[in-house]
Design a protein around this ligand. Structure first.
Ligand SMILES: [Zn+2]
Ligand SMILES: [Zn+2]
Length: 215
């Protein structure tokens, strides 16, 4: 692989990560703490106790940390080259990781949804370390988003990182925006699947993926 190919791969990967690197100054954070203090007080929280006096600060920091997926993950850039030998191994052998626990914020309510992801792929000439699949899930989950988009982004990013023969993503999550309000306290899990490449037209591969995931 030449330098140009490598550079193009890097750019393609950066694009697939759909980053939105944040620049939030200390001065802004202080201002946000004031807004949050107003809101929490109006909602009924007494901020004049030793336990709560720093709650607005903690809330703003927690929100920032919970959405750090926008800033990217430099450890995701390493891809290992193998040799595709063709044949059934290349078309059928799956790498499957899961359950990968994730936490996200729903973009409609800014409240959490959380659950598990299962990610599978059929390698061609490139592979990544297994722990990178966890990083990839968190890169897209730690944002304001929806469950469907996380799955699509994981599938598309793996596609551009590895150019594999196929990608499978299954997500199941509880959405607190439906569970914390109103009467639906115990809502069912929301399940979503995404298939790319060989998985699209091979039901056997999809069945094997679910079976390997214990689903
Ligand atoms: Zn919501
Ligand atoms: Zn191959």
């Amino acid at each position: 692989m030449g330098i140009d190919d490598e550079l193009n791969g890097q750019l393609e990967l950066e694009a697939a990560m759909e980053l939105n690197r944040r620049q939030v100054s200390e001065e802004q954070l202080l201002r946000f703490e004031g807004y949050i203090a107003d809101i929490l007080t109006a909602m009924g929280l007494d901020l004049n106790t030793p336990a709560t006096v720093n709650t607005p600060r903690r809330f703003v920091r927690a929100l920032y940390d919970s959405t750090e997926g926008y800033d990217g993950d430099p450890k995701l850039l390493t891809v290992f080259h193998t040799e595709c030998r063709g044949g059934p191994d290349c078309r059928l052998s799956q790498v499957i990781e899961g359950p990968i626990h994730f936490f996200a914020l729903c973009e409609h309510h800014a409240l959490p949804f959380h659950g598990h992801a299962y990610v599978g792929y059929i390698a061609h000439e490139d592979i990544i370390g297994i722990s990178k699949l966890t990083r990839l899930v968190r890169l897209f989950a730690k944002r304001f988003t929806v469950q469907e988009r996380i799955g699509q982004q994981i599938a598309d990013a793996l596609d551009s990182m590895l150019h594999p023969h196929g990608v499978a993503v299954y997500l199941e999550a509880h959405h607190l925006c439906t569970q914390m309000r109103g009467v639906r306290e115990v809502a069912p899990k929301t399940r979503t699947t995404f298939w790319r490449g060989e998985y699209e037209n091979q039901p056997d591969l999809r069945a094997e993926f679910f079976k390997a995931c214990g689903l």
